[in-house]
Design a protein. Structure first.
Length: 408
């Protein structure tokens, strides 16, 4: 092989200059800032971006509580460490856009990997741009933003706020993972989009909300593991319009009265096959309450039955179901209804059962392929002037203390 040697001094000098210039240009390329920046404790009133600073440990530290009154964007890959008692309120005029990616999630956590170190996020804004996507919200739920000790969570959402929560992990809260404000008389749902989220190792419920949230739950698309109470808590609420509760990987737990429709506002609820709903002491579910166009549709399948039962497996653990409209959509099929009959929906102590036809207003329903069992009173109780309920042989009664069927 012929070897080529460069012996020309001029050529060698040019080559050395080229190499040196190449090194200089390469070294001038900007590098990520490797330092961790402590954020100011001033509220955010103008449009602000927290950029990815490239630090492998954390990009930012927040050691106080701040309010966002302008628009805050958190870039993909940002890691923020929160000190004890710190937190972020997204105020009425504020916006938080935190949209990471699967490769570069946004991480909000404490430097101690234990539950309940910092307060969390509190959404009061109803801006439709509010978003948590590919975020990890960890170690929050140390205390309340307003002194109400029942409202503590990694993420708290005011009833009239608005936020989308997708592809995110909510973990190691000192209390609830997500808490949505509201009472059993409320009808709003501030979480507009909910999908593919992970709830794990929260010290109370993964989610505490009112019944309207069920309409955006994504069924088995989200997962719930290691939470102290591994159930989705629905504290009650009024369902106006069309609602569907999908089968989850865990039970729903209803804490108070859940009403599909109320007076002049019709509403309906469809419970999908395979769903399990537990009820706390004296809680219940009803259709109507004088809203005569309202209904409950509880239709499972032979392989995916629906279960409505008490949180504790004892007669009288919950109030029961009351159908208070004459809609033909009031249906129970391939379902198991047990441990109800704690008390009446109206205060009339004799009108008690796992299932009621009528309460404040007349009601009716159809039922087949069901079990009605272990009521503290009747299996089915029908009030005047409700029509007779035809109960086919595919309905199995057992253990109902006052009897299986009673009609006034």
């Amino acid at each position: 092989m012929k070897k080529i040697f460069f012996s020309n001094p001029t050529f060698i000098a040019v080559a050395l200059v080229f190499i040196a210039t190449s090194v200089l240009v390469t070294s001038c390329n900007p590098e990520p800032d490797p330092t961790t920046l402590t954020l100011t404790c001033s509220d955010i009133d103008n449009e602000t971006v927290w950029a990815d600073r490239g630090d492998e440990v954390a990009d930012y530290i927040l050691d106080c509580e701040i309010t966002v009154n302008g628009k805050l964007t958190i870039a993909p890959g940002v890691v923020i460490l929160f000190a004890s008692g710190s937190g972020i309120t997204i105020g009425n005029s504020g916006t938080l856009v935190a949209s990471g990616t699967s490769e570069k999630p946004i991480i909000l956590k404490s430097d101690s990997d234990i539950p309940g170190v910092w307060k969390g996020l509190y959404f009061k804004s109803n801006d439709v741009l509010n978003e948590l996507n590919y975020c990890q919200i960890l170690n929050a739920g140390s205390g309340s933003f307003d002194g109400n000790t029942t409202k503590v969570a990694n993420i708290r959402v005011a009833l009239d706020a608005k936020v989308k929560i997708t592809n995110s992990t909510i973990s190691k809260s000192g209390k609830d993972g997500i808490l949505v404000d509201g009472f059993d008389s409320d009808e709003l749902n501030p979480i507009s989009v909910f999908s593919s989220n992970v709830f794990e190792n929260n010290q109370n419920y993964p989610i505490s909300a009112i019944g309207t949230l069920g309409n955006v739950m994504d069924g088995t698309g989200s997962t719930f593991t290691g939470n102290v109470h591994n159930k989705v808590l629905m504290r009650g609420g009024r369902l106006v319009g069309n609602h569907t509760w999908q089968k989850l990987n865990v039970p729903y737990l209803v804490q108070d009265i859940l009403s599909a429709g109320y007076y002049s506002s019709d509403g309906n609820l469809t419970i999908e096959p395979g769903t399990t709903i537990e009820f706390a002491a004296d809680a219940g579910i009803c259709s109507g309450d004088y809203a005569t166009g309202s209904w409950l549709k509880i239709i499972g399948t032979s392989t995916e039955r629906i279960t409505l039962t008490g949180e504790t497996a004892a007669p009288g653990a919950w109030k029961g179901i009351a159908f208070q409209s004459l809609s033909s959509n009031n249906q129970i099929s391939y379902a198991d209804i047990s441990y109800g009959g704690s008390s009446s929906f109206t205060g009339n102590t004799s009108q008690v059962g796992n299932i009621r036809a009528g309460a404040w207003s007349a009601g009716s329903f159809t039922i087949d392929n069901a079990t009605v069992s272990n009521s503290a009173a009747y299996g089915i109780y029908v009030t005047m002037p409700s029509p007779t309920i035809i109960v086919p042989g595919s309905v199995i009664y057992s253990g109902n203390a006052s009897g299986d069927y009673f009609q006034e």
